[in-house]
Design a binder for this molecule. Structure first.
Ligand code: CTP
Ligand code: MG
Length: 242
C-alpha cells in the first residue's frame, strides 16, 4: 500500500484566540512521503503558525488539516505525536541527561540509534567530547549547551522518534553553512520515504525542495521549485536578493 504520512491542508484559515484578523488565510497544499516541502516568507508571515496546526497546538477556524486523509481534529493527540515530529523554532531541552532528552517519547530506542541520530544531526562530536557522553547532564532549559548544539539535539530527538512526518521550523539557522549542508545531506538518507516540511530563512537550505510555498501575510502567494520561482515570483526574488 501507499506509504503513510500524507499531509493535506485544505482551505485553512486560522486566527489566534481573541485576535480579530486571521494570521493564515485559505492555505491549501499537499505534502507526500518522499517529498520535501519548504515554506519561506518574511518574519510574521505565518510560517510557525502554519506548522503548529498539524500537531494541533491550535485548531483552524475554517478548513481542514488532514493526515493520511483523516482530519487531525478527529485524531487522538498521542496518535498524531507518534506520526509527526515538530522541531520547534525555539528548541527546548529538559533538565536531565542528553540520553533522556533524545529518548523523549521513544524509550525503546537503542544507544546505537541515539548515536546514529546524533551523527545525522551533526551532534555526535560534541556529545562524544563530553566526559559522560550520552549521560552528560543538560541543565534546566539547556543553558549549558550552545544554541547550535541545542538545535542539533532537538533534530536528533526528532530522528529518534522515527516519525512519518518531520516539521523543521527554522531548525538549521544556528548552524554554519557547511554544517547545514552536511546535515541536510545526511538527513536525506534517513528521511527518504518520510514527508518533510521545512521552514527556512536561508535559500541554500531549500533550493532542492520539491515544492516551495511562498508565504506573505498569511497567504500562499506563489509556489513552485526554486527555478520556477526565480522566473515567476517577484516576492521570491526579493527574498533571494535580501
Ligand atoms: N502571533 C500571535 N500569537 C501567537 C503567535 C503569533 O498573534 N501566539 C502572530 C504574530 O504576531 C504574527 C503572526 O501571528 O503577526 C504570524 O506569526 P508566526 O507564525 O510566528 O510568523 P513566522 O512566519 O513564523 O515569523 P518568524 O520568521 O519571525 O518566525
Ligand atoms: Mg516562526
Amino acid at each position: 500500500g501507499a506509504l503513510a504520512g500524507v499531509v493535506e491542508y485544505r482551505n485553512v484559515t486560522f486566527a489566534y484566540p481573541g485576535a480579530e484578523s486571521p494570521v493564515l488565510s485559505n492555505i491549501s497544499f499537499t505534502a507526500r512521503p518522499g517529498q520535501t516541502i519548504a515554506i519561506i516568507g518574511s518574519t510574521g508571515a505565518g510560517k510557525t503558525s502554519l506548522l503548529s496546526l498539524l500537531p494541533r497546538l491550535y485548531d483552524p477556524a475554517e478548513g481542514e488539516v488532514l493526515l493520511d486523509g483523516v482530519p487531525v481534529s478527529r485524531m487522538d493527540r498521542a496518535d498524531i505525536t507518534r506520526r509527526v515530529a515538530l522541531v520547534p523554532q525555539r528548541p527546548y531541552l529538559f533538565s536531565g541527561t542528553i540520553e533522556h532528552n533524545l529518548r523523549f517519547g521513544k524509550t525503546e530506542a537503542t544507544d546505537q540509534e541515539l548515536w546514529e541520530a546524533l551523527q545525522v544531526a551533526q551532534g555526535d562530536e560534541f556529545v562524544r567530547a563530553k566526559k559522560n557522553g550520552l549521560g552528560s547532564r543538560i541543565s534546566q532549559g539547556g543553558t549549558n549547551v550552545s544554541g547550535g548544539q541545542r538545535q542539533r539535539l532537538c533534530i536528533a530527538r526528532a530522528l529518534v522518534s522515527r516519525p512519518r512526518v518531520y516539521l523543521f521550523d527554522d531548525s538549521f539557522s544556528a548552524l554554519d553553512v557547511a554544517t547545514d549542508a552536511r546535515l541536510r545531506t545526511a538527513l536525506k538518507g534517513i528521511t527518504a520515504d518520510a514527508t518533510v516540511i521545512i521552514v527556512a530563512q536561508r535559500i541554500s537550505t531549500i533550493t532542492e525542495a520539491d515544492q516551495i510555498l511562498v508565504l506573505d501575510n498569511g497567504r500562499i502567494v506563489d509556489r513552485g521549485t526554486h527555478q520556477e520561482l526565480l522566473e515567476t515570483s517577484p516576492t521570491y526574488q526579493e527574498i533571494v536578493e535580501s
